[in-house]
Design a binder for this molecule. Structure first.
Ligand code: MSP
Length: 482
């Protein structure tokens, strides 16, 4: 047996500063569908998601709630895991940055880069609002040059900090992005990043002393007051579960990652900071970072203050997970922003799911039962209509695979649905109810019913990455094995 090709795919790890909304569910559903498609096409997939649990914001939220940061994140992260479970997410691991296995990796990476001379101690200069305990840059201040949060004056302060010499890697990362069009997709984001790097890369401040909810800087000189900057900590999550420190064979198999799927606003971290860290570690860079668009709600960005945050659990309770998955994957083109609206969701349920797929399944099963007692037999001979149906099935699979391989998930699903409609049309063209009335057309009828079941078998496979609960139900109703 030939060995399966490994495929390592990740989502961002989410902040447990609040419950996840439908936009987060969109990102994870995309990754899950790709992971399932890769498994279906014979890959040895490792699919990672998780939670990004450190930082000042989490510490503040925990204080406001009157609990420890750990207790605070534990509760919210349990909610994430429940959501992924309900949504049918097939991740192979869930990494929490508060886990010991991760702390070990982050500290080791810090040590290695420090030993290499690419981390140094320096001074962080910034504008500080003491009441708010927040640093600001000049252009973030309000129109009076004061704290944008509380309006009080800010002070210029300096804080001792560790810096990562990103400047050492600016030329290499620029050349990498320019010379490897596949590395950063879609194209538009590539241009943004190239322009960003060309403006000059400054060294990155990677430690903080103003709060302590983070992984301690592992310095032997007792310099324990620093915690590692949350993005430096978070990005390295991608190395932790695949054996970076403890399983060389596994690490060799899955690294470099095949795909980091991320939202557009965090492309910069994944295509500049992360590659610089990897270069400093002499590790190969991920093969692809894809920056997807945002899900907006009725034309507006979701936010608590606007009160338009859509809770995915409530939607799953109301409509079912596969329906939500279908909608997100069908309605939105991966690279662009897409709109969520309840009306559009209901419209899709009625037309695509109930009318197209539901009808095809229902009509096929009920005719098979009524006309042949539910027993199908292999066809003998074929009509022109049969031939054209088979040719369409083959073409559907071909285009579907081409779309999927280009990460055009919506186009692939559209293609599968065109075949659903095609199969419904086949019923109208062949009119099995008329064949059933004619004794001389028994074989023709048997052929038609078999071909319909075969179409549904194709459809069940094509939709399995998208609708992992529905697909096996169709499979079982067709009485197929496996
Ligand atoms: N913790 C960081 C990621 C660290 S990865 C090493 C983070 N977390 S987040 O919870 O704020 O966002 C996680 C992902 O959710 C991001 O990719 C972000 O783009 C995505 N989304 C958040 N809101 C979204 C929408 N409304 N629509 C689509 N994706 C959205 O950033």
């Amino acid at each position: 047996m030939t060995e399966k090709k490994p495929f390592y795919i990740t989502t961002p790890i989410y902040y447990p500063s609040a419950k996840l909304h439908i936009g987060h569910a969109y990102c994870t559903t995309l990754a899950d569908t790709i992971a399932r498609y890769k498994r279906l096409t014979g890959h040895d997939v490792f699919f990672l998601t998780g939670s990004d649990e450190h930082g000042q914001k989490i510490q503040q939220k925990a204080e406001e709630a009157g609990v420890t940061p750990q207790a605070y994140v534990d509760k919210i992260v349990a909610g994430f895991q429940n959501l992924w479970d309900r949504l049918g997410i097939s991740n192979d691991d869930f990494i929490r940055t508060t886990e010991k296995r991760h702390e070990k990796v982050v500290q080791e990476i810090f040590r290695r880069i420090y030993a290499k001379g690419d981390i140094y101690k320096g001074e962080y200069k910034g504008l500080y609002c003491t009441p708010c305990e927040s640093y600001w840059t000049e252009h973030q201040l309000d129109e009076h040059g004061c704290c944008p949060d509380c309006g009080r004056p800010v002070q210029e302060v300096t804080e001792e900090a560790y810096f990562f010499k990103m400047s050492n890697y600016a030329d290499r990362i620029l050349a990498h992005i320019e010379n490897n069009p596949d590395f950063l997709q879609p194209e538009s984001r590539r241009n943004e990043m190239i322009n960003f790097i060309k403006q000059g890369l400054e060294d990155l401040c990677i430690s903080r002393t103003s709060f302590d909810w983070g992984i301690p800087v592992p310095m032997d000189d007792g310099d324990k007051k620093h915690v590692i900057y949350v993005w430096f900590d978070a990005l390295t999550n991608y190395l932790t579960p695949i054996g970076f420190l403890d399983n060389e064979e596994m690490f060799k198999k899955y690294w470099p990652a095949d795909l980091h799927l991320v939202g557009k606003e965090i492309v910069r971290f994944h295509t500049i900071i992360w590659p610089c860290i990897l270069m400093a570690l002499d590790l190969p860079l991920p093969k692809k970072v894809y920056g997807h668009g945002w899900l907006i709600v009725d034309g507006d960005k979701m936010s608590k203050s606007k009160g338009n945050v859509v809770d995915p659990i409530a939607l799953i309770d109301e409509f079912g997970a596969d329906t939500i998955r279908y909608f997100l994957l069908r309605e939105i083109n991966l690279g662009q922003d897409g709109n969520f609206s309840r009306d559009a969701l209901i419209e899709r349920i009625n037309s695509d799911l109930a009318n197209d797929l539901g009808n095809l399944l229902h009509r096929t099963l009920s005719m098979a039962k009524k006309f042949q007692g539910g027993v199908l037999s292999a066809p003998v001979g074929e009509s022109e209509i049969d031939k054209s149906l088979k040719a369409d099935a083959a073409e559907t699979v071909k285009v579907y695979r081409e779309n999927m391989d280009k990460m055009e998930l919506s186009a692939a699903l559209k293609k599968a649905w065109a075949f659903v409609s095609r199969s419904n049309k086949y019923i109208d063209e062949t009119a099995p109810w008329a064949l059933a009335k004619d004794e001389t057309k028994k074989q023709e009828l048997a052929n038609v019913l078999y071909n319909l079941a075969e179409s549904l078998r194709f459809i069940a496979v094509l939709i399995s990455p998208y609708m992992p609960a529905t697909s096996p139900k169709i499979w079982q109703q067709l009485n197929l094995e496996g």
